[in-house]
Write a protein that binds this ligand. Sequence first.
Ligand SMILES: Cc1cc2nc3c(=O)[nH]c(=O)nc-3n(C[C@H](O)[C@H](O)[C@H](O)COP(=O)(O)OP(=O)(O)OC[C@H]3O[C@@H](n4cnc5c(N)ncnc54)[C@H](O)[C@@H]3O)c2cc1C
Length: 445
Amino acid sequence: MAAAIAWRNWSGTVSARPARVERPGSVEELSDAVRRAVGAGLRVKAAGSGHSFTGVAVTDGVLLRMDALDAPVRIDGRSGLVTVEAGMPLHRLNSVLAAHGLAMTNLGDIDRQTVSGAISTGTHGTGARSGALAAQVRALELVLADGSVVRCSAEERPELFAAARVGLGALGVIASVTLQCEPAFVLHAAEGPMRLPDVLGGLDELLADNEHFEFYWFPHTDLALTKRNNRLPAGERPRPLGRARAWFDDELLSNTLFEAVCRLGSAVPAVIPRLNALSGRALSARSYSQESHRVFVSPRRVVFREMEYAVPREAVTEVVRAIHDWVADSGERIVFPVEVRFAPADDIWLSTAHRRDTAYVAVHQYHRLPYERYFRAVAAIADAVGGRPHWGKLHWLDAEALRGRYPRFDDFRAVRDRVDPAGVFANPYLDRVLGPVGTRGVSGG
Ligand SMILES: Cc1cc2nc3c(=O)[nH]c(=O)nc-3n(C[C@H](O)[C@H](O)[C@H](O)COP(=O)(O)OP(=O)(O)OC[C@H]3O[C@@H](n4cnc5c(N)ncnc54)[C@H](O)[C@@H]3O)c2cc1C
């Protein structure tokens, strides 16, 4: 008889029927769980909070729930180096940091992920000069396939560190993460509509002038909502939105009403272009300032499917224009805005921003609507410029295609072959995107 479904991801795209579920509460228990699984001939996968859209966290072996490993380990206010257990969710990390006068340099759109789940797939926010969460990692403690506990950093096992910061859960189970944080800071947020051609035409200045710039383009319109977040000078008083305005914008407009818009659009797709024009105008200009983590993240309650490609920064205008033209010609009706963000080049082997300044183009579809035709069309546009799909979001690429997009792909696979020769941490998604363990030669490696 097949095992019961014991785990499902946030968007409902994948589920897992593991042979058993374990919930280690210490590094010793974690190492013991890995040893026992291997002894029983089972594969192992740590699950974060299930916010990946792909099967990256799925296993038929032992599923490790990491929520009992969620405590702070060491906080050094002076250096800003903070070590936390791997299962700590980002929202708690942010509170712990704030209580010590510290903050993350950059964050993504939400804070529901675990710190290790977020870094493992390359979770990022936006900022031409500040990188993904993994770029803020200074050391990792990992349980390897033989149950041993090892540390890695730029000085200690540097190859493992370069691979494991965005490790896709393929190299071992992260037990703790050391992050370089900085003194807490306040962000000034300025949001407002612009015409898409003006955004694309003025991108260089918008990126140069703002620490964190992003925009949302509403398909079937020429409207974009722009967001610019910049630090307030130390000592300046934050001016948050009033409670009523924050609730109106972030809960009512962005969630409750948007859910209604999505449902209406699903029932009567022909009205979507008009709904998008209304949505683009409803999100009017606003500005406020608040602690950085409150500005970076927002509640996301409307369930969707997502694909996101990292494209070379210099190709983003061409990519967005091509998507615009495809939407106009295709007859598809797209209710979700297209989100465009930025990151600087980094040195992490499987980071989507590896060695190139990057723009992220994310497409979403309401969970009750088909997404495949739209996403495949956008994937083809992004593939044509050497785009790299987000490891946690939907895509169709395999190891052969991805190998050509990451200069250190084979180095990653060599480290994996060394630390996990039997494929204890493998699963079908990893077999597809990395190739099965020990098969580097098969695809030409
Ligand atoms: C609403 C929503 C908003 C999002 N916003 C953003 C965004 O702004 N920017 C962005 O880049 N992405 C975003 N994402 C994607 C999301 O950040 C990533 O998919 C992230 O990996 C999810 O983290 P998680 O804790 O849910 O991990 P899971 O999805 O559960 O797992 C992800 C991977 O991490 C591995 N893993 C988890 N814990 C460990 C561990 N202890 N050791 C080793 N491996 C481990 C898993 O095995 C798996 O391979 C968003 C997703 C959703 C649903």
